[in-house]
Design a protein around this ligand. Structure first.
Ligand code: ARG
Length: 593
């Protein structure tokens, strides 16, 4: 399935190549083939803005030589456009073109083509853009053992999951990898605390329900007690040497954390995350360091082994105490993913604070030749979550908010909202008591996800229950209500889906045309998200869909109208695409609210 924009672009590519064969030879395609959606329907549906760049090339000396003897060499960009338009191959896509201003080509699509393409969605469901299937590793969520998952990990989980869903929809094989922080020097302190505070732990394992408190106690002792500090150092060494008792302590700590992480994943409907934490790479690190050394990338510096990547600080391949750290692990992990997992693309979803770290890792991976097959490495950075007061997100008492509490609160508030609406005079919200709980969960989690995804991920965003649950705002509830409204129109019409099988949508009314055209752009939005890894583009698309549907529904009667079937086709497809779009964000809409 090709996208609408690529179908249009292809026509212009052919036209330009035929009109000016010299152009493709003398400039990159992205410079001379510029086709984009218009922002104003007056200027058509798409616009080709190639004429200025092409005119410039033709004016270029070398080229005018080549053109010498051609009597009608174009004098102005408008002439260039006219020549392009003459060369557009015969097709079913375009209705007409107009040359405007200094030489823009306004492109109007053929309504018959639009209607037929739209009816295909009714038959086949929303389709992804065409793409070559790839092996993709997405490293996301990745919290740290014995520490509470914080809102940064929540963002990573929500954004990462959405990216995975988009890539899967595009037909790629996605490996969801949880690069859990389950190794490192902090374990010396944790094990030592476990060993001394819970001496008979191997007979009777302590119930460490609150690992954060445990972590704080251990840290306090580490900072205040020199003897404890020294013993912790020894514990790290024994753990690294594979001492069974230390490993047992370590495993116990990991298990407790895992249960807590899983509670969050279950709530967020985030399935299929495979834990491949830092410790997974331990045994492989020495060989990687050897390889990088043999490739001449490693330098000695104050007893450490470092890799310079043109940044202020180098990567630490081996620390001065001989140990391995975050950098050594990520160097090894990226090689493993590219070479053992045979990834065509590796994606890392973390806060923007780690951008430089990943730039260096990618730099080193390329220099080592691990990307030779053309593999692509992407860091997906995101901003901070801020509280209502625009400061870093915390509870009133200044404690870091537990994710589970935060998610619970969203659900509780959703439930309150639903009950309020049900008790409001004139409200259409009707729901059986038994369905309320599930509904408030879907709304609550949906709203948390959407509030996170709707902004460009690089910007910090302010966490506000009131805003994210606002029925009239750009929120998941707004989308969910719009969706439920469409399903209720379908239900009221009482028409069976199979009765619409061969019906084409009506596209005569401008509101119909705009809505139908917009829906046809879904695959190109998905394509852009798969490339840029910016899920907010899907949110924008969905919000526009709801707005355009409301415009349509206000101006065009559906039920009882002579065009009822043609308009029900529109409702049917809009609902299907909205549902698909929401599912790409990890949101499951309700059929009825
Ligand atoms: N555990 C890290 C943190 O909490 C994130 C790990 C991201 N992945 C990676 N391969 N470094 O910040």
């Amino acid at each position: 399935e090709t996208t609408l924009i690529s179908a249009v672009t292809l026509l212009f590519e052919k036209a330009i190549a035929q009109a000016f064969p010299i152009v493709p030879e003398s400039l990159e395609k992205s410079r001379w083939l510029v086709v984009q959606a218009t922002s104003d329907a007056k200027h058509g549906d798409y616009q080709c803005n190639s004429a200025m760049a092409i005119h410039k090339i033709l004016k270029d000396k070398v080229v005018s030589h080549a053109l010498a003897g051609v009597a009608d060499a174009p004098k102005a960009p408008r002439d260039v456009s006219a020549r392009i338009v003459e060369c557009i191959p015969k097709n079913k896509v375009l209705l007409k073109t107009e040359i405007a201003g200094p030489g823009f080509i306004n492109i109007f699509l053929d309504p018959a083509f639009i209607a037929e393409s739209f009816a295909k969605i009714l038959k086949n469901g929303p389709q992804p853009p065409a793409s070559q299937p790839q092996e993709v590793v997405v490293d996301f969520s990745s919290p740290n053992i014995a520490k509470e998952m914080h809102v940064g990990h929540l963002r990573s989980t929500i954004i990462g999951e959405s990216i995975c869903r988009v890539l899967e929809f595009c037909g790629h094989r996605v490996h969801r990898i949880n690069h859990v922080g389950d190794w490192g020097t902090q374990f010396g302190m944790l094990i030592n605390h476990l060993r001394t505070a819970y001496p008979n732990f191997h007979e009777q394992p302590p119930n460490i329900s609150d690992l954060t408190t445990f972590y704080k106690e251990a840290k306090k002792r580490f900072d205040e007690d020199a003897e404890f500090k020294e013993a912790s150092r020894t514990s790290v060494v024994t753990l690294q040497a594979g001492d069974p008792y230390s490993l047992q302590c370590w495993k116990a700590l990991c298990d407790v954390s895992r249960i807590q992480f899983q509670m969050v994943y279950d709530r967020l409907e985030c399935a299929g995350l495979v834990e491949q934490g830092e410790s997974f790479y331990n045994s492989r690190i020495p060989d990687v360091v050897k390889e990088l050394t043999a490739k001449g990338m490693v330098e000695e510096s104050d007893g450490a082994k470092i890799i310079q990547c043109g940044k202020q600080f180098p990567l630490m391949a081996v620390k001065s105490d001989g140990g391995y750290g975050y950098d050594s692990t990520d160097l090894t992990a990226v090689k493993y993913r590219l070479q053992e997992m045979k990834a065509d693309r590796v994606i890392y979803v973390t806060d923007a604070g780690q951008s430089e770290h990943f730039e260096m890792i990618f730099h080193a991976a390329k220099r080592a030749g691990w990307c030779e097959g053309g593999a692509r490495l992407d860091h997906v950075p995101f901003g901070l979550v801020l509280g209502d007061d625009k400061k870093k997100f915390k509870t009133r008492s200044g404690e870091v908010t537990k994710l589970v509490d935060l998610l619970d609160e969203a659900v509780t508030r959703s439930l309150t909202h639903l009950r309020e609406r049900m008790n409001t005079e004139g409200s259409t919200t009707q729901m059986a008591e038994g369905d309320l709980e599930e509904a408030s969960r879907r709304i609550g989690y949906g709203c948390v996800k959407y509030a996170d995804l709707r902004q460009h991920r690089i910007s910090d965003y302010q966490f506000s229950y009131d805003k994210m649950l606002d029925l009239k705002g750009n929120t998941a509830v707004y989308l969910m209500y719009s969706y439920a409204r469409i399903t209720s129109i379908k239900a009221r019409a009482g028409v069976k889906l199979q009765d619409l099988a061969n019906v084409l949508p009506s596209v005569q009314h401008p509101k119909e045309y705009q809505l139908v055209l917009h829906i046809l752009k879904f695959p190109e939005v998905v394509e852009r998200v798969a490339d840029t890894l910016l899920p907010h583009l899907i949110c924008e698309f969905l919000y526009d869909t709801a707005e355009k549907f409301n415009d349509f529904y206000r101006d065009c009667h559906v039920i009882g109208d002579p065009l009822q079937s043609q308009r029900l086709v529109i409702c049917e497809v809009v609902a299907a695409v909205m549902k698909k779009g929401m599912s790409l964000l990890g949101i499951t809409p309700l059929e009825k609210i």
